[in-house]
Design a protein around this ligand. Structure first.
Ligand code: FE
Length: 166
């Protein structure tokens, strides 16, 4: 029987989906971003601004102090971490929401030698010192360039990152 509800057309303009194993088999996919800190790109949003990645930290102590202009959503896959400004500790299975505007200091506690966390980051990351002065900046475009340079150097090829860009 014919339905009176019109079908919704499928647009050829939809961006392609992404479906990958979040934790990669190939260690070369992890891009170094600071001593003992790596990220695994999952999606770069070049239109709205922002990106999804896994962050891996293989040391304890302070990782970075930073400010988020936009909201951040996270899910901890393994290990533990905390922000010095808050009394909670995120651990495997934790969901975290970080409000826009907040400055916080990421620390991996001594009992956790490695952590991996999925982050969906809106806008940018602004790194700051103890006085709140800017020391670094990252957005989807600086992250893409980091990937291109690293993949170009390790045999995956600069274009390996293209599959994550929308
Ligand atoms: Fe943060």
């Amino acid at each position: 029987m014919a339905s009176s509800v019109p079908s919704i057309p499928i647009s050829p303009d939809y961006p392609a989906e992404i479906a990958v194993a979040a934790v990669p088999d190939d260690p070369r996919v992890w891009v170094p971003q600071a001593p003992s800190v790596w990220f695994r790109p999952l999606m770069f949003n070049t239109v709205a601004g922002g990106w999804c990645n896994l962050l891996k930290v293989t040391t304890t102590g302070i990782v970075s102090r930073h400010r988020h202009p936009g909201a951040v959503f996270g899910y901890v896959i393994s290990g533990k971490w905390k922000y010095d400004e808050h009394d909670w500790t995120a651990e495997a299975g934790s969901f975290v929401y970080e409000p826009p505007g907040e400055i916080h200091t990421l620390r991996v506690p001594p009992e956790s030698s490695e952590m991996v966390t999925f982050f969906n980051i809106s806008g940018a990351m602004v790194y700051v010192d103890e006085e709140g002065r800017q020391t670094g900046y990252e957005d989807a475009f600086t992250k893409i360039q980091l990937c291109r340079d690293y993949y170009d150097s390790n045999g995956l090829g600069a274009s390996y990152v293209d599959q994550f860009i929308r």
